[in-house]
Design a protein around this ligand. Structure first.
Ligand code: PEP
Ligand code: MN
Length: 270
């Protein structure tokens, strides 16, 4: 086992780390966490509808991007802090903790003041300045796997956050780049048992960014829970055809509701 991540490694820390987010526990033998919401926060009405849907479906945490890492500078960049205030307002209205991405180390304190979990996105997994800043925050961090990163590189990135003083890290597998082009990325479900063996930190799966296509999200979400993920993060939208980002992979409200109901028996069986 690599010594490049001794804080993250299970060797010196055999027990599972549990991350407490408000009333929700992520990790160990806790019920798999259902994290869901739109790719981007777009308006008060949109995020309120989504928060209500998460709560009604028995979901645990509301997601919504406000600072968006878009491939093109001409794509919707997110509503920034204005969106974050709407996300927090919607989460509070329905009793849900919220997770949102922080892209810049200078925004860590501002986002940590408002959000319950700081997300570090795939494109920033090795932004070491950002990792160190997140390590100083007093909020849990969800660290997504870099789309071109090995599991060891990912765990070493997590080590930066722990080494800077923040032990509350959730890992998120979101698909990696391979030769396959039929899916947006290739969901590496093998990462779940491998990561569970190597680290005490919880690992969740994001099937939406992995496959990129709505109709494959439901089966992959079930597979993630079946293989032992501590949670899943799924994108849905009240009107996917008109979503400002990632509409193609966003479930409809109805599909999300059906999925949430179908996950419980899968989690129990796993
Ligand atoms: C997201 O979850 O909003 C996101 C941008 O995902 P990723 O960093 O995995 O591409
Ligand atoms: Mn998205």
């Amino acid at each position: 086992m690599s010594s490049s991540y001794h804080l993250v490694s299970r060797i010196d820390h055999p027990g599972d780390t549990l991350i407490q987010v408000g009333p929700v526990t992520v990790g160990g033998d806790a019920e798999p966490a259902l994290i869901a919401g739109p790719c981007s926060v777009e308006s008060r009405e949109q995020i309120m509808i989504c928060a209500r849907a998460v709560a009604e479906a028995g979901g645990h945490i509301l997601r919504g991007g406000c600072f968006k890492p878009r491939t093109s500078p001409y794509s919707f960049q997110g509503l920034g802090y204005e969106g974050l205030d709407l996300l927090v307002e919607a989460g509070r209205a329905y009793g849900l903790p919220v997770v949102t991405e922080v892209m810049d180390s200078q925004d860590v304190a501002g986002v940590a003041e408002r959000a319950d979990i700081l997300q570090i996105g795939s494109r920033n997994m090795q932004n070491f300045t950002l990792l160190k800043a997140a390590g100083l925050a007093r909020k849990p961090v969800m660290l997504k796997r870099g789309m071109m990163s090995s599991i060891d590189e990912w765990l070493s990135a997590a080590e930066y956050i722990l080494a800077a003083g923040n032990p509350h890290v959730i890992l998120c597998e979101r698909g990696i780049r391979t030769f396959e082009t039929a899916t947006r990325n290739t969901l590496d479900l093998s990462a779940v048992p491998v990561v569970r063996e190597r680290t005490h930190l919880p690992i969740i799966v994001d099937p939406s960014h992995a496959c990129g296509v709505r109709r494959w999200v439901t089966p992959l979400t079930k597979a993630a829970v079946a293989v032992g993920a501590h949670g899943v993060m799924v994108e849905f939208h009240p009107d996917p055809a008109n979503a400002l980002s990632d509409g193609d992979q966003s479930l409809t409200l109805e599909e999300f509701h059906v999925l949430a109901g179908a996950l419980r028996p899968v989690g129990a069986a796993a």
